[in-house]
Design a protein around this ligand. Structure first.
Ligand SMILES: C[S@@+](CC[C@H](N)C(=O)[O-])C[C@H]1O[C@@H](n2cnc3c(N)ncnc32)[C@H](O)[C@@H]1O
Length: 257
């Protein structure tokens, strides 16, 4: 899996991400930060793989003094300002001195890193505690298959960075036992991993379509469609999702120090 592929996909998806997935990840981040192993009040927080800043905003709302939002995709960081400081950086080689932060947050980022133990070691070097999240193995919602099928009808095939990520990378962190073992291998002494079902707040077919259409493996393809095809794909998705259940995400949460 090339880091360049991931970076390009997220850069191309940034606007669609803000319009769709950002709301889901925002809710997930609020819940994630309730599991912080250190107090967030007045803390200096590093948000690794920050994207459009869902966890950075949640950290500020929870009382953090300031947040550094680090991501390889500069386009995702573009809207961040105020007490959230964007930095283009690779989670595997963080450009910070040891002990720079009270807390490192890695919201849905470890599952993008080919060597999560090395990244956790980096997080431990620069921060006191960590909270990190991943999707639980085997998790499904009908919107995923519906959108994949509809877009396949317009010629979509999953990009190679994404198939590699799903096959080789995510399985290292989407199982609570493997994630706990990775954190221990990185040197964390007190490790807790739990699975929390989080109600995202999304329930209507239109909301579910908006979420999927902003994902980084799909949005760049959708942008290549003619406006009429894009509209047809959206209508077909919304029709197929009639009666679909609300989006509840089983979030694997690592809290360690
Ligand atoms: C699923 S998104 C999550 C974004 C954000 N944390 C959230 O919860 O909304 C994963 C993010 O990790 C970033 N990413 C992937 N590989 C990375 C790496 N090696 N170093 C830093 N960021 C990375 C991507 O660019 C993307 O913004």
């Amino acid at each position: 899996m090339t880091l360049a592929g991931v970076r390009v996909a997220y850069n191309e998806s940034a606007l669609a991400w803000v319009a769709g997935p950002d709301a889901v990840y925002g809710r997930l981040a609020e819940v994630l930060l309730t599991r912080s192993p250190v107090s967030i009040q007045g803390a200096r927080v590093l948000d690794v793989g920050a994207g459009t800043g869902a966890a950075s905003r949640a950290a500020i709302a929870a009382g953090a003094r300031e947040v550094v939002a680090a991501d390889v995709a500069d386009g995702m960081l573009r809207g961040l300002a105020g007490r959230v400081h964007p930095v283009v950086a690779d989670a595997s080689r963080l450009p910070f001195v040891a002990g720079s932060f009270d807390l490192v947050c890695a919201a849905y980022c470890l599952g993008h890193l080919p060597d999560p133990i090395a990244a956790l070691r980096e997080a431990r070097r620069v921060g006191g505690g960590i909270v990190a999240s991943a999707f639980e193995a085997g998790w499904v919602h009908p919107a995923k298959a519906v959108v994949d099928d509809v877009l396949a009808g317009f010629g979509f095939t999953a990009p190679s960075w994404y198939t590699q990520l799903k096959r080789d990378v995510e399985p290292q962190v989407d199982d609570p036992h493997r994630l706990a073992a990775a954190a221990a291998a990185a040197g964390y002494d007190q490790v807790e991993v739990t699975v929390m079902p989080v109600a995202s707040g999304l329930s209507t077919p239109a909301e579910l379509a908006q979420w999927r259409f902003g994902m980084a493996h799909l949005a760049p393809f959708i942008q290549t469609l003619a406006p009429t095809d894009r509209a047809r794909a959206r209508l077909a998705t919304v029709a197929a999702l009639e009666g679909a259940p609300p989006l509840v995400v089983p979030m694997v949460v690592l809290a360690a120090r």
